[in-house]
Ligand binder design. Structure first.
Ligand SMILES: C[S@@+](CC[C@H](N)C(=O)[O-])C[C@H]1O[C@@H](n2cnc3c(N)ncnc32)[C@H](O)[C@@H]1O
Ligand code: SF4
Ligand code: SF4
Length: 416
């Protein structure tokens, strides 16, 4: 294997820490609170903050669970500020009264991200009665104190019709950004619940239209959102699931740490066999530069990852595949290793296909001449089928483009 390249020694720009798995809410789409994970002491988190600031990390995001349930959260925020880090806090907003808002202000927080799922009935159905009123009150209290706020929305079957309303709420309550995150079963213990949240195929078409309006309205109102190309992939995500990816830049630029101090390559791959180490046992610099971490990254870039649409990584979404190729090259996964891997996959499927065919021809009662004829016809048909498939796809794409242009034009005419 080639010697390691410079990219392996880059430290992340952003660290996302889940400081607790405790939560005061019981949202329908999230079971984090059930995990009852242990928590690290203030001292260990402070040592970690020292470490990340020393290696040039720019931003720390405090998340959870509900991070405001930790008594020392303001101390941790203030300490991060002392170490010149940008600080963001992600919260459900329900605990932010005047006192907490004052404490957030004096801790020097940069941005508070509040989760909002849509209008009151929808939000309260998903997050529990009264949580909407508390969340918007939190946005208002933070605005009064001049603290920048952003909004996060988990897009699912329950709220996809109300995405425009979220933009409007954000505008009314002075939030600068809305980040839409398609539902993922990552935070659910019972993965079968996924089907309740995923959109049905006909709903995906409607979602595509809603997304165009969201892009238009957010631009008009001056609210930032995820990149349009990311938003436009959402219907496809719900229809087919974005299944396969060969890793992305998130593995280099972002680092998740759970409430027990475990460091993983990304949130989607936060599982035992991907564990890089623990910040309570080792210093961050050692973990990030470890051979184990390099090996895990190589594995992901060689064999692929589940792929995801995590909104924290949306800015790199566009370049994901392009960059993957570059990174693979930099990581020293040689051209021949990849070719070999692909060849092995092709060979496997060819053998499987051939076995099925042979089984069919040996069982069918045909003369040798007829069998030969069927093999040729089959191969010919297969080629034709592939060509038709490609042309059909291209035609579908063009129809979609025309529909999109029509919608934009219609909207433009209506507005003007
Ligand atoms: C786990 S929460 C922790 C912070 C805080 N308790 C909150 O709700 O904002 C972090 C983010 O994950 C989002 N989230 C929760 N369940 C999700 C799911 N099933 N799929 C995608 N995102 C989810 C939340 O909406 C929130 O924006
Ligand atoms: S989404 Fe946030 S508020 Fe809701 S249960 Fe999960 S951690 Fe708690
Ligand atoms: S695409 Fe998603 S799952 Fe794959 S490496 Fe990137 S963040 Fe992780």
């Amino acid at each position: 294997m080639k010697s390691l390249s410079k990219i392996d020694y880059l430290f992340p720009k952003e660290v996302i820490v889940s400081v607790t798995s405790r939560c005061n809410l019981r949202c329908r789409m999230c079971d984090i609170w059930k995990s009852k994970k242990k928590e690290l002491t203030t001292e260990i988190w402070k040592r970690f903050i020292d470490d990340i600031s020393a290696v040039g990390v720019k931003t720390i995001v405090f998340s959870g669970g509900e991070p405001l349930l930790r008594q020392d959260i303001f101390e941790l925020i203030a300490y991060s500020r002392e170490k010149k880090l940008n600080v963001c806090l992600t919260s459900n907003g329900t605990l932010i009264d005047n006192d907490i808002a004052d404490k957030l202000l004096s801790s020097g927080i940069g941005v508070v991200n509040i989760s909002l799922e849509g209008p009151s009935e929808v939000h309260n159905y998903l997050r529990g009665g009264g949580s909407f009123e508390k969340a918007v009150a939190a946005l208002e209290k933070l605005r009064q104190r001049g603290i920048e706020t952003t909004v996060a929305t988990v897009v699912s079957r329950y709220n996809y019709r109300y995405l425009k309303e979220v933009i409007k709420f954000a505008d009314i309550y002075g939030a600068t950004t809305v980040k839409f995150q398609p539902f993922s079963n990552l935070f659910l213990e019972d993965k079968t619940k996924r089907d309740k949240f995923f959109l049905l195929p006909q709903q995906c078409e409607y979602l595509a239209e809603i997304i165009e309006s969201v892009i238009y309205i957010s631009q008009k109102r001056g609210i930032s959102t995820n990149p349009p190309s990311y938003l436009r992939k959402m219907p496809l995500y719900f229809r087919k699931g974005i299944r396969f990816s060969k890793g992305c830049k998130a593995l280099f630029y972002s680092c998740p740490v759970d409430s027990e101090g475990n460091v993983f390559p990304c949130w989607m791959l936060a599982r035992k066999d991907m564990l890089i180490g623990n910040i309570a046992q080792d210093r961050f610099e050692k973990l990030w530069g470890s051979n184990l971490h390099k090996e895990i990254k190589r594995k992901i870039f060689s064999y692929g990852c589940p792929g995801c649409m995590m909104s924290c990584y949306d800015e790199i979404f566009d370049n994901r595949h392009h960059n993957s190729a570059k990174i693979r090259k930099l990581l020293g996964i040689s051209f021949y290793q990849r070719k070999l891997h692909n060849l092995a996959r092709m060979l496997k499927s060819f053998i499987y296909f051939s076995i099925l065919r042979i089984r069919f021809y040996t069982r069918a009662k045909l003369t040798f001449r007829n069998k030969l004829k069927r093999v040729f016809t089959h191969l010919k048909n297969r080629k034709v089928r592939i060509n038709i498939k490609i042309e059909k796809k291209e035609a579908e794409r063009l129809v979609k483009e025309i529909e999109k242009a029509k919608r934009v034009l219609k909207q433009y005419l209506e507005e003007s």
